[in-house]
Design a protein around this ligand. Sequence first.
Ligand code: S3P
Length: 448
Amino acid sequence: MAKNVQFHVKPGGVLKGRIRVPGDKSVSHRSIMLGSIAEGTTRVTGFLEGEDSLATLQAFKDMGVQIEGPDQGNVTIHGVGLRGLKKPSNPLDMGNSGTAMRLMAGILAGQDFECTLIGDASLSKRPMKRVTQPLSEMGADIDTAEGGMPPLHLKPTKTGLNAIDYTLPMASAQVKSCVLLAGLYANGTTSVVEPAPTRDHTERMLKGFGYDVKTEKLDSMQTRVELKGGGVLKAMDIDVPSDISSAAFFMVAAAIAPEADLVIEHVGINPTRTGVIDILKLMGADITLENESTVGGEPVADIHVKSSKLKGIKIPEALVPLAIDEFPVLFVAAAAAEGQTVLTGAEELRVKESDRIQVMADALIAVGIDAQPTPDGMVINGGQQKSQVGGINSHHDHRISMAMTVAGLNAVDDIVIDDCANVNTSFPTFVQLVNQIGMTVNVVKEGQ
Ligand code: S3P
């Protein structure tokens, strides 16, 4: 039987040093996907060896792609070209990863074989209509289980895919990427209009692979991206920067711990991902970017964070998609801040690996913080934490496990977080690194 992996976090800690967090999850997934359907050999360095991106890697191996590694972040992919994937003999298991399932649905919709995508308990409850709807409009033969949930079952289409002009109903890089990847296989020019800027790694990487992608800003919020099907991706080398979403736990930790002085090296600072820095700065955090450079089309920098006195703010809604994965830990920052923090316009948080609004409100309430969930956000009145009164459970969500670990810095005594094995999906070295910089976190395995 699976064990309940608990984190036991001791309060306090002085955070000092220089660290490097693992490779970016979004970029790691895309490196395998695009490397596999490119022509030639793609060499990846800094690949995230977490369960999510490893699920993507395994899926392409299952479709006949020869992939060497990962070995200390190095992966070599022998691309088979757009039409070279083979029918897998079993369903492809995407584990906990919504990104893997939704982006791969786009690629698989264009194949001439039948296949099924499955996921774990958390992924099996996440909405897939957002991708099956545009794919069906393109002519894909794709269906879901009851209520638009996984598994996804795809069959080859008789006539091939047709290009569409699609306006995203929500700001989602996963849906945008799914439609663009299906567009590679479609007859004609596919376009996607996004209502607000979302991460643009797919567009950048496609361009890196020599594919013609046009991006046009329609106004301050909306962007249109288009590409023509039937081209060729040419293999390239990819240096994956450290993941700003993993760095965010350390940014908040150093901001709220006393006398902290921490440098997180070589972090991706793509402007579609840096909302967390902007929000923390608005709250009064002391954050500076050092050694800025560009690797493989993605900007990177060392992020230097020192302790500060945070204050509550009304989070600007325009920053929400740019910090979408960082809200669990931003709620912890708000809990440690003076005054009230109000988040609105973030209903997407309810359909992540867990319902991050409800689960984080419950977790903060369990440590004595005044947190009120709302349909599209949360109101948090910062203040001193109290002894843990209720259970804290991550609900299959790695970012809840890690965010609540950071909350341990402000606790009055030990806090215990249940269901933390999921940290391996995105950040296998998390516990080692938090202990290295001065926190005290013990991993306890309970039999079930
Ligand atoms: C991701 C996009 C985001 C994000 C997810 C990774 C990606 O999801 O939450 O962790 O790599 O494209 P949405 O696009 O659904 O908001």
